[in-house]
Design a protein around this ligand. Structure first.
Ligand code: SF4
Ligand code: SF4
Length: 465
């Protein structure tokens, strides 16, 4: 018995039966050239996923999402809520990059890069096979509730699942709270690091739910990305396709003219349980498992490989496979331009963001040594987005008589620190020819003038005008 496909496959999910109950998929693992390539890629992706919380650039994490301080770090660069424009650029770049990737290679992300599929097919599925045996034996044992050491095998399998889910939750938690507080915190004293403990528990149960029970339904029922990608395919996109011309009519080996012998091996290895012979479908992840399965069958019956292969609809219709076309050229240009703009803007952004806030108190008239001065408060907001301490010196422009009064000048700001100092600018009353006077506030750090803030100061009314 296989994961047979229903007749009305376009409107019925393989993982749900006619009564709406879950149909458990028993998916076989097939060896082949495409699986080997996916294994190599998965090895590097998993190594990267586990190592990324420990990677640093200039002392900053490679990637970190710090919810309490409302900052995130990408490639060692700290981004604050004030950097919302950069977040928009990253999202735009991601969307355009997806459009380009999908128009060229279909749902290659789903089958090859998506963390859900990488861990499901390359970690959890092999563990299942190790403890339960091939899919047909696993199904038979489950249906008849038989099998050698059934209880012990299931117990050990689930214990292994739980340990791996813990390791994955560990890596995910570290992206939010850092490795220090995670390793030293949750394990030794969860009450000391409640955020880390909460993150870990949430990620842990999501992993267990997803990889142990929910499985392919994440792709077929939940993930909006898969739906979007499928809608972006065109007849030149490279997708996993069955060559109907060559395969039909199908039947036993030697009894028909078509190459498909209807062995259903391609269905048995499909992680979403679909029959690719019905054409391109929303559930197809483009993982290429069915290509390996069918190639294995073709080699056994001594027929040419690639009855199922990566091919576009146009190529299957006998036309030339076109990678370069107006759509891909346009996406490539937009992605390239946006990459350059994003990198340039990130490199040029102010490492210390300085904003003048609204003046809260009116200017005052003060007298020092028979000279009358107008003293105005200037509230500032300063955020050090760099990885090193910054020492800020605040002055008036050369030639302007007056002074800047502040508790500290230079003012030191630690990395990732935000301060809101109120400074005072004092100018002689005689320099006001009208009620207002315009000047600048110069801010120096790293031995250079970095920012000029325009000021419009207003003097209070004095006797006689
Ligand atoms: S594995 Fe190949 S031969 Fe077997 S059913 Fe699928 S397409 Fe036909
Ligand atoms: S039809 Fe083939 S490529 Fe698509 S999900 Fe199933 S096995 Fe993977």
């Amino acid at each position: 018995m296989t994961n047979e496909a229903p007749e009305d496959f376009r409107s019925v999910l393989y993982s749900v039966d006619r009564k709406g109950h879950r149909r458990w998929l028993y998916v076989d693992i097939v060896k082949g050239a495409w699986r080997r390539r996916r294994q190599v890629l998965a090895f590097f992706l998993i190594a990267f996923y586990l190592a990324v919380p420990f990677l640093t650039i200039n002392g900053n994490p490679f990637i970190r999402i710090d919810i309490p301080s409302r900052t995130y770090i990408l490639f060692g660069q700290v981004f604050w809520p004030q950097d919302f424009a950069y977040a928009l650029l990253f999202v735009l770049l991601f969307l355009l990059g997806t459009l380009l990737m999908v128009s060229l290679l279909g749902r290659v992300f789903c089958g090859w890069f998506c963390p859900h599929n990488v861990f499901m097919e390359m970690v959890f599925r092999p563990i299942e096979r190790f403890f339960e045996g091939p899919a047909h034996r696993h199904r038979r044992n489950d249906e008849k509730k038989t099998g050698d050491n059934r209880f012990m095998r299931k117990f050990l399998k689930n214990i292994t699942y739980l340990i791996i889910a813990g390791a994955l939750a560990n890596a995910a938690t570290a992206l939010f709270v850092g490795t220090e507080s995670f390793i030293g915190g949750v394990i030794l004293d969860p009450f000391e690091h409640p955020y880390a403990a909460i993150f870990f528990v949430v990620f842990y149960f999501i992993n267990v739910f997803n990889f142990v029970w929910f499985r392919e339904q994440t792709c077929t029922l939940v993930c909006p990305y898969g739906r979007l990608q499928t809608a972006m395919l065109d007849r030149d996109t490279l997708v996993v396709s069955y060559n109907k011309e060559r395969g039909e009519p199908r039947g036993k080996p030697g009894s028909t003219e078509g190459d498909c012998i209807d062995c259903e091996r391609c269905i048995q290895v499909c992680p979403t349980g679909i029959d690719i012979r019905n054409g391109n479908q929303l559930e197809c992840l483009h993982c290429a498992a069915c290509i390996d399965a069918c190639n294995d069958v073709m080699s056994r019956i001594e027929r040419a490989p690639n009855l199922i292969a990566y091919a576009s609809e146009a190529a299957l219709a006998g036309e030339k496979q076109r990678f370069i076309r107006p759509r891909t050229i346009m996406y490539s240009c937009l992605v390239s331009i946006l990459c350059v703009v994003t990198v340039a803007l990130v490199l040029q952004r102010d490492l210390v963001q300085i904003i003048k806030l609204r003046q809260r108190a009116p200017s005052q008239l003060v007298q020092v040594d028979d000279v009358k001065w107008v003293q105005s408060s200037v509230p500032l907001s300063m955020v050090n987005k760099s990885t090193e301490q910054k020492s800020l010196r605040i002055t008036l422009p050369d030639g302007v008589s007056g002074e800047v009064i502040t508790q500290y000048n230079p003012l030191s700001i630690e990395p990732s620190q935000r301060v809101e100092p109120i400074i005072y600018v004092r100018l002689p009353l005689s320099s006001f020819s009208t009620f207002t006077l315009e000047t600048d506030l110069n801010i120096y750090y790293d031995d250079a003038l970095q920012k000029t803030i325009p000021l419009r100061l207003r003097r209070p009314a004095v006797d006689g005008g």
